[in-house]
Design a binder for this molecule. Structure first.
Ligand code: NAI
Length: 306
């Protein structure tokens, strides 16, 4: 392969790498020279059980292809142990793909507090613990690439997934701020919203769709975002079946009362302006967002429009 993107000498942690998307992320990075920590708790899709088989299998596959990998069986909730595995075996960490995930779907009316907590713990607290443990190593080295894994359910909502949507949107929020905090140290953080046939999606996908949505169609984007040549930071991508696209916020021109007295009636009267996306703007930072809101008083970020 000419000009192949290589990861020689880089140490990559891929969480939930025993199955589905994490497995192909790990195989791809391993095939291109990275030392891979294949983390997987080896439980079922609802977060029950535990086994070393899934991670071991992927480590064996990477090694059989001539690559370098080590298994880790801790839950992402014990993220520091996963990072410790990278330090012990490979002497550092450069890449973190937060991918581990489970589902506890139920309509909101029937959702238990346990369903809510477990989804929070695996997706959000897990990504926090792994990333937080890796963070000082990445910053000290002045190099890091982090990928978060969100979901369309988080971006748009989905029936029966209030807990999962909460967690997945939480990861986008975390990534947005880590991208800002990490940038000066060349620690870049992006988020993917994949669609792929896996044991997670087979619960909601017909078989022919599973075929078209190979996890192998998601891994190239994740790998590119983890490459040293990629400067992308703080971005969100939808990816699956070969489709790749970036998302961003847009905002209507809106209506500003500029100090005039107003109540719900005036809000109602200006409703069309408030919700009309013609001439939408695309605020890309908290400063840009606040500019329009505080335009009369001057922005605390010193970027007043006036
Ligand atoms: P999968 O079920 O095939 O793989 C997830 C892996 O994470 C499993 O091997 C599981 O053992 C592991 N895992 C679960 N809890 C863990 C924990 N506490 N610690 C360590 N490992 C743990 O599912 P898939 O589809 O590959 O999902 C990967 C990620 O992509 C998840 O975060 C999922 O929410 C997300 N996603 C997947 C979509 C899809 O279409 N497959 C759609 C949107 C998001």
């Amino acid at each position: 392969l000419q000009n192949a993107l290589r990861y020689d000498g880089r140490v990559a942690i891929v969480t939930g790498a025993g199955n589905g998307l994490g497995r192909v992320h790990a195989l791809l990075l391993g095939a291109r020279g990275a030392h891979v920590v294949v983390n997987d708790l080896g439980g079922d899709v609802h977060g029950g059980g535990k086994s070393s088989a899934a991670a071991d299998q992927v480590v064996a596959e990477i090694k059989a292809a001539g690559g370098s990998a080590v298994a880790n069986y801790d839950s992402v909730e014990d993220g520091s142990r996963i990072v410790q595995t990278a330090l012990d075996h490979f002497g550092g960490v450069d890449i973190v793909i937060n991918n581990a995930g489970i589902l506890r779907d139920s309509s909101f009316a029937k959702m238990s507090a346990d369903d809510w907590d477990l989804i929070y713990r695996v997706h959000v607290l897990g990504a926090f613990r792994v990333t937080h443990a890796a963070w000082p190593h990445l910053r000290n080295k002045g190099y890091g690439r982090i990928v978060m894994t969100t979901s369309a359910a988080g971006i748009y909502g989905n029936f029966g997934q209030a807990n999962y949507s909460m967690a997945k949107m939480g990861l986008i929020g975390m990534a947005n701020t880590l991208a800002i905090e990490g940038a000066a140290k060349n620690v870049l953080v992006n988020t993917i919203a994949p669609l792929a046939g896996s044991r997670i999606s087979e619960t909601v996908m017909p078989p022919q769709m599973m075929e078209a949505l190979k996890p192998e169609f998601v891994a190239p984007l994740a790998a590119y975002l983890c490459h040293e040549s990629c400067r992308e930071n703080g971005s969100l991508f939808e990816v699956g079946a070969g489709f790749h696209a970036k998302l961003r916020w847009q905002r209507t021109q809106g209506h500003h009362f500029h100090g005039q007295a107003f109540g719900p009636e005036q809000v109602a009267r200006h409703w069309q302006e408030i919700v009309d996306f013609d001439d939408a703007t695309y605020p890309a930072s908290i400063g840009e967002s606040l500019m329009s809101i505080v335009q009369d008083v001057g922005s605390p970020f010193g970027q007043s429009k006036a």
